[in-house]
Design a protein around this ligand. Structure first.
Ligand SMILES: Nc1ncnc2c1ncn2[C@@H]1O[C@H](COP(=O)(O)OP(=O)(O)OP(=O)(O)O)[C@@H](O)[C@H]1O
Ligand SMILES: [Mg+2]
Length: 390
């Protein structure tokens, strides 16, 4: 993988030299011949990248099989009757991602059995079938894979979550009052949010969904929860197919260069300062009658604008999206698209929010790759009260 990345850089260097050559010696046969060779090289490089990626792809089946064993064991121990339905086990992901997915999925399944599915007698009394159903499914959507786990259990009561959050000092009473049921349910992803008073074999130790969320985020994924009281709960994990080689949109802001993974970019637009509105202290743009929250990259990363790079009159909005969330990143310029190999940052920089890693664009230039789930999280999803508490 690293060798491919080095070769990509060499290819980039060749292309630059070739461009300069053809500017000087316009129509000579050698530059044309060289252009053809460089194109060939490019095609072979793409084949090689795809080959490496393919070798790394494995079906999710191996993880799903493990889950059925857990369901059988845990349902026996808990006295609950549970049927597991699996779909999309052939869906493939990079093996590094599949390996890291096992623990989070296991935890979500344990939660579904422990908190979701009711005892058979209670289910009967509520007019539900005695046997509870847990569905685990995977499907590909563009360059992402969605993994869902749903149960037809008791669901999550937002008011109960609110009580727990206030009692445990996670958010204050005032903040809870302003939250929607879905925002309340999403508080369960914060540390210390177990609704169990006493720890059991399965739950209540307080290392739960918060750890699941952190681990999914480490895979550049995002997790969403939706639940209806009495009917059940569904968790959706959105993951990239691979973390290794990605197509990236290279952008510039305040004189710095960054790469944005293209699979999270929905579109980019050119706008003028006059088209930006401010609503409740947030900059927004009206995109086909939908309000798009804007975030300026220079503010996010607290960049100092160099004197020779004044804020341009025309700027670009890169619309990034993840699951159902949308955010408009305001940048100065779009440089172009590149295939890049993401390299992790060293441990000192690993926890900087909004940065997924670094990549080399040329021998001289190393740029940071933006972490789209992180940015969406930071800007759109973080409950305001929790930020204060943290
Ligand atoms: N499938 C589900 N159905 C209903 N409630 C759920 C479900 N999954 C999670 N919950 C709720 O979310 C809370 C937080 O879950 P989390 O896994 O973080 O903690 P826990 O399971 O209580 O304890 P532990 O930290 O040991 O896992 C649970 O206490 C429960 O109230
Ligand atoms: Mg749990």
């Amino acid at each position: 993988m690293n060798a491919v990345s080095e070769l990509n850089i060499v290819h980039g260097g060749l292309t630059t030299v070739l461009e300069r050559l053809s500017q000087r010696f316009d129509l000579i046969d050698e530059t044309r011949a060289l252009t053809r060779e460089v194109r060939q090289l490019e095609r072979r490089l793409i084949d090689m990248q795809n080959g490496i990626l393919e070798v790394r792809m494995v079906p999710l089946r191996q993880v799903f099989d493990k889950l059925s064993r857990v369901v059988r064991k845990v349902s026996r121990e808990s006295g609950k009757e549970i049927r597991l339905e699996v779909s999309g086990a052939d869906t493939e992901l990079d093996k590094l991602i599949v390996e890291e997915l096992s623990d989070p999925l296991m935890h979500i399944i344990r939660n579904a059995i422990d908190h979701g599915i009711e005892m058979p007698s209670i289910r009967e009394a509520a007019g539900k079938p005695r046997v509870g159903t847990i569905r685990v499914g995977a499907r590909q959507q563009g360059s992402r894979v969605l993994v869902t786990v749903s149960d037809d259990g008791s669901g999550i009561d937002p008011r109960r979550v609110a009580d727990v959050a206030v009692n445990r000092g996670v958010v204050d009473q005032g903040a809870v009052a302003d939250m929607t049921p879905s925002e309340l349910q999403n508080l369960l992803f914060l540390p210390g949010m177990s609704t169990r008073e006493v720890a059991t074999e399965l739950s209540g130790r307080g290392v739960g969904l918060d750890v699941v969320k952190t681990n999914i985020a480490r895979l550049s994924g995002i997790i969403d929860l939706s639940s209806t009281r009495g009917e059940g709960t569904e968790l959706t994990i959105t993951l990239p197919i691979t973390l290794a080689i990605i197509q990236a949109l290279v952008i510039e802001s305040a004189g710095r260069t960054y790469a944005i993974p293209l699979n999270s970019v929905l579109e980019s637009l050119m706008i003028t300062a006059a088209e930006i509105q401010t609503v409740e202290g947030r900059e927004v743009y009206s995109l086909r009658n939908h309000t798009l929250v804007l975030s300026r990259l220079e503010h996010l990363f607290r960049l100092e604008r160099p004197a020779d790079k004044p804020r341009p009159h025309k700027m670009f909005v890169v619309v990034i999206g993840l699951a159902q969330h949308r955010l408009g990143l305001v940048v100065d310029d779009l440089v172009g698209e590149r295939d890049v190999v993401i390299k992790p940052l060293g441990s000192t920089l690993a926890d900087v929010p909004g940065i997924a890693g670094a990549t080399e664009l040329s021998h001289q230039e190393t740029v940071l790759v933006l972490d789209v789930p992180g940015l969406v999280e930071e800007t759109l999803l973080r409950p305001p009260a929790a930020t204060e508490a943290a």
